[in-house]
Write a protein that binds this ligand. Structure first.
Ligand code: HEM
Length: 416
């Protein structure tokens, strides 16, 4: 019963999910000029977001797709869940890779389960994670390169820390972490036809099922024990709902935070005056984080299903269509954000950005993401004095149309 759980790797050891994932999310350098051009013609158009930027099709491309590009139009879709629903859109993608998780649910099922999960991610709960789990992970990673005087902040840091936070919550053996990361990334790739997608989902599912059974018998003070034993109205979370949520967590909680932190550091390092301002006054960190999320939010688009003939800001959309709700376009809508392409932590913040979406499915992990990004930025400023872009290595290049990130962020600093 106490033997650590083992996770089997993919059969095809040569399969590189990270390369295939890059194909899936694209390598487009800059989707914004085209988004500005289309949005200027109207907030809603026929078309699929990914086909604007890549010819790598996914399972959604054969449907009737509409692009929702304006801020008000995106906000309207996200806050009318009775018409613009989730199941009809996500059953083909997240539903296949993760299973019966909250993103694939509509009311009345969605609020029933969301209420239970949400309690584990309240600000007061995740602040404690910050001290107990996030801080040691960050210190270990930075400690490995702080004396070098140079680093690639993506490869040495951001690509690891949010995943390691999750591994510690799952009590994963250190040698299992690379396998877990490969499976977590591979599980979404079924949407573009990779057979490793369903294989990875199956292997993660079996692992979580065994973990839940083990922690129900002997609960610890961690997230999975809490979710495995929590009761609402006298009922426990059904296994399929909990397992699907845990599958989703790696991507929803790990991959997004890695990208969000990478973009935050990129924004600041390419605007050294703003980095200096934040270093001098840490009260600016929350607005730097919000600006990074607005400027290059890690989730460029989400989807909804039109459950009855409807209108969005005066444009008709037919029942059965899939809406591509382009959060990245909403966040650069000049009607809401002045000079929207500029990274400016001092901009007016009276309009909330949509990086975490809006409405009943708004990101459950947003408080944790902010805690993780805050701790990461503070530690980097504290432990890497005189931090700057590397003078003789290429500058950061944010790529992708769906989940955007630079591959490298080469920096120099005074070694300590
Ligand atoms: C910078 C980091 C993050 C970003 C940009 C982000 C973005 C988003 C967005 C846009 C959605 C809504 C999708 C939709 O409505 O269609 C979402 C939902 C969700 N996020 Fe995050 N997320 C981040 C971090 C996290 C973290 C750290 C966790 C958990 C540990 C998490 C867990 C979830 C879950 C479970 C949902 C589904 C909620 C529901 O459908 O009710 N996310 N996230």
């Amino acid at each position: 019963m106490n033997a650590p759980l083992r996770l089997p790797d993919l059969e095809n050891k040569a399969f590189d999910p990270f390369t295939v994932e890059r194909q899936y999310h694209g390598t487009h350098p800059d989707p914004y000029p085209l988004l500005h051009e289309l949005r200027a013609r109207g907030p809603v158009h026929e078309g699929a977001y990914r086909l604007l930027f890549t010819d790598v099709r996914d399972v959604m491309c054969d449907k009737e797709n509409y692009l929702v590009l304006g801020y008000d139009a995106c906000q309207e879709v996200l806050t009318r869940p009775e018409v613009f629903t989730n199941y009809g859109a996500f059953r083909y993608t997240i539903g296949r890779s993760f299973g019966h998780t909250v993103t694939v649910m509509d009311a009345p099922e969605h609020p029933k389960y969301r209420r239970i999960f949400q309690k584990a991610f309240l600000p007061q709960v995740v602040t404690k994670w910050g001290q107990r789990v996030v801080e040691p992970v960050i210190n270990d990673l930075i400690g490995a390169f702080a004396s070098r005087g140079e680093a690639d902040l993506i490869e040495d840091f951001t690509h690891h820390y949010p995943f390691q936070v999750i591994y510690r919550q799952l009590r994963l053996e250190p040698d299992q972490a690379p396998i877990f990361h490969r499976l977590a990334i591979a599980q979404s790739l079924g949407a573009i036809g990779a057979p490793e997608g369903p294989e990875a989902s199956g292997k993660l599912g079996a692992f979580f099922e065994a973990l839940i059974e083990k922690l129900r018998a002997d609960p610890k003070d961690d997230l999975v024990s809490h979710l495995a034993t929590v009761e609402a109205d006298g009922e426990r979370l059904p296994n399929d709902v909990l397992i699907s949520f845990l599958r989703q967590l790696m991507n929803a909680g790990g991959d997004t935070t890695y990208r969000g932190t990478s973009v935050l550091l990129t924004g600041l390092l390419t605007h050294p005056d703003q980095l200096a301002a934040v270093a001098a006054d840490r009260r600016l960190i929350p607005q730097a984080i919000e600006e990074a999320l607005r400027w290059e939010g890690p989730v460029a688009s989400t989807w909804r299903y039109v459950s009855e003939d409807a209108e969005i800001q005066g444009t008709p959309v037919p029942k059965g269509a899939i809406l591509n709700v382009v959060l990245g376009s909403a966040n650069r809508d000049p009607a809401k954000f002045e000079n929207p392409d500029a990274f400016d932590i001092f901009r007016d913040r009276s309009v909330r950005n949509l990086a975490f979406a809006s409405g009943p499915h708004v990101c459950i992990g947003q408080h944790l993401a902010r805690v993780e990004m805050t701790r990461a930025l503070n530690a980097i400023i504290d432990r890497l004095p005189n931090l700057r872009l590397h003078a003789s290595r290429p500058g950061p290049d944010i790529r992708g149309h769906l989940l955007r990130v630079p591959d490298h962020l080469f920096v120099e600093f005074d070694a300590v």
